[in-house]
Design a protein around this ligand. Sequence first.
Ligand SMILES: Cc1cc2nc3c(=O)[nH]c(=O)nc-3n(C[C@H](O)[C@H](O)[C@H](O)COP(=O)(O)OP(=O)(O)OC[C@H]3O[C@@H](n4cnc5c(N)ncnc54)[C@H](O)[C@@H]3O)c2cc1C
Length: 411
Amino acid sequence: MGGGLAGLLAAIELAQAGARVTVLEAAGEFGGRARTREVDGFLFNRGPHALYRDGALKRALDSLDIRYSGGRSLSGARKAIAGGTLHPLPASFGAILGTSLFGLRDKAGYVRVFKAVMDGATGTASFARWLDDQQLTPMVRATVEAMARLASYANAAADISARAMLDQMRLATGGTLYVDGGWGTLVHGLAETARGLGVDLAGNTVVRGVRRVDGALALTLANGDTRHADAAILALGPREAAALAPQAASLADEAELARAVRANTLDLALRRLPPGAHDFALGIDAPVYFSVHSGSARLAPDGGALVHIARYLAPGDTSAADSVTELEAVADLVMPGWRTEVVSRQALRGMVVSNALPRWDRPRAAVRVAEEPGLFVAGDWVGEHGMLGDAAAASASEAAQAALHWLEGAQ
Ligand SMILES: Cc1cc2nc3c(=O)[nH]c(=O)nc-3n(C[C@H](O)[C@H](O)[C@H](O)COP(=O)(O)OP(=O)(O)OC[C@H]3O[C@@H](n4cnc5c(N)ncnc54)[C@H](O)[C@@H]3O)c2cc1C
């Protein structure tokens, strides 16, 4: 149930092992949050999407021989935004020396913490606690937090596990790819692979409930039909999963306790990039992001530009009514003159980037639904491995393997 990245990847792994698989997807289109929309030749992902080069999602795509291309993101000069002006972003040892963001003493402090991360630093409590222990000046701390937000999208240092955040920061140093044609290319490749393996991809199929009846799982659909399955994977968010299987108290707990990572985004299709525009900027004293994704991937017609701007929302930060104005102001600073070049725009408020950040005080959901044998979960809120699309991919594989194990035992 659910035809996003997790559902498609799990379906492929099950079909490869010989299972007969159907994917039930509520929307007319597959891909969930990884969908891409085309407007006048511009390709809009649902907010800024970058594929971690050393992550589980890329490994899964490559092992399936899914065809995609793209450019390494963030290879040009990057900027930091602080005090309303732009500075070189200290994202490498060379850039740390050259940045006007802080003075010599802070540079030394930043190099020390940067090196500690690269050398494998870890922690058992929250990332905020780990930062406290480093005894950083406010500016160095703000810069480390900004780099951490960039790597994880999470603006929740007090909630997120230090271990998970530090691992994610190291993962991010391996670089990311902006995908030609957008993440819809990845979805298309996965859907084709699934079909080739005989997976039945059923779109426009809303599932309303799942429960075991007479030895099989009965899936009730919104159109009144019932489908039967020996095993099933809920590859949707924790709240949706809990609503579909109210008999599972563990899912109700996840729905209540999972802390989602959210963002406001403004995606701009421009006739051309205004002269003097910068490619990339990261907020240090405000949790904002700016990147010209078409600078490294084919996402715009010749001469055009596709730009993603975002605000990383803190937990409980309900997306402000003036979110678009705030993101437009970031664009004014980083690429003055953009307003007359707009062809199309997409503003998304309070988007769920990840359904659950990895907390330090409780593990993420396990793939097995304890109360309902044969029922499993997958998605970016499940399992112990990675974040974002990587967590979706890692948990999809884990759920598929657990389902296969269950099916073998059940026969
Ligand atoms: C702004 C933004 C930026 C992001 N940036 C990155 C990034 O840079 N790198 C990265 O790795 N990840 C990124 N992500 C996260 C990534 O998009 C997700 O982790 C991934 O797409 C999640 O896939 P999923 O299959 O777990 O969930 P989803 O994509 O949410 O799929 C769930 C599917 O279930 C379907 N569904 C729901 N209810 C039902 C029902 N009752 N019956 C049937 N179907 C149902 C939905 O329609 C949906 O298609 C970003 C996300 C956002 C929003």
